[in-house]
Design a protein around this ligand. Structure first.
Ligand SMILES: [Zn+2]
Length: 251
């Protein structure tokens, strides 16, 4: 064997070893990203007219900055989602500092995500000056997790995420407030990468486009005409294609 070819073989082996180490050290991080990606994909299926989705945003907070996996702003409230792409048995007390993941006897402790998410809600609450009651925190685990945590808070698997969001049907904000909150979040977001910047611009143009469509008297959901209707709780604009389209907006 020539010395040149043995050097190449050595380099290939070295690269392989480095790659294996890199994967081992970044495993948790990569898994975390995959989890966030899966959640983003589910959130992308929500109606673009009613739900404004922010993925992986960094906001200024009392303690410097706070990174939040997902925020969904809607007239039904503000969903604050913490993702844990863990599988196996998940257990811990609602008020404990840490929870445990047990995968075939391999135990791993992590910070109680309810507490972690409470911090995220606090940051948003201070930014938007809203009561805690309008925030809807959700902790979401992999579909292959068995959640043994006793709590009435939303600690769910990916499979239940969409339903957990769409079951909330009581309106707590006007469309104008929703637009206002989105703008405040976008302004406060600390941009680190080009991707998040592009994402924020998308949300901004969605909010704007929607408001312009409504101003022109057009339903942003189906393109139908908006007509003035009088209901039990006052008058509002509703889509002329009712009942096939149930879009409404406050006067
Ligand atoms: Zn419509």
């Amino acid at each position: 064997m020539t010395s040149a070819s043995s050097i190449i073989i050595l380099i290939v082996i070295a690269l392989f070893v480095i790659g294996a180490f890199w994967l081992a050290f970044n495993r948790a991080k990569i898994k975390g990203k995959v989890g966030e990606f899966k959640v983003s994909a589910i959130l992308a299926t929500l109606s673009k007219d009613n739900y404004f989705v922010f993925n992986n945003i960094t906001l200024p907070s009392k303690f410097g900055t706070t990174q939040i996996d997902h925020v969904v702003v809607s007239v039904y409230g503000i969903f604050v989602i913490e993702t844990k792409n863990y599988k196996g048995l998940i257990y811990g007390g609602e008020n404990a500092e840490t929870w445990t993941k047990n995968m075939w006897g391999n135990k791993y402790e992590f910070r109680n995500p309810l507490k972690q998410n409470y911090g995220h809600v606090k940051t948003l609450q201070q930014l938007l000056h809203l009561p805690m009651s309008v925030f809807l925190p959700i902790v979401v685990f992999s579909n292959r997790a068995d959640i043994l945590v006793q709590t009435d808070k939303e600690v769910i698997t990916l499979f239940h995420l969409r339903g957990t969001i769409t079951k909330h049907k009581s309106v707590v904000f006007t469309q104008e407030q929703v637009g206002d909150f989105c703008n405040k979040i976008m302004q406060a977001t600390i941009e680190d990468k080009g991707t998040s910047k592009r994402h924020v611009q998308n949300v901004r143009s969605n909010v704007y486009r929607r408001q312009q469509t409504i101003k022109r008297g057009i339903c942003p959901r189906c393109g139908g005409k908006l007509v003035l209707r009088h209901g039990r709780y006052g008058s509002f604009y509703g889509c002329s294609n009712y009942p096939s389209c149930r879009f409404t907006v406050e006067r």
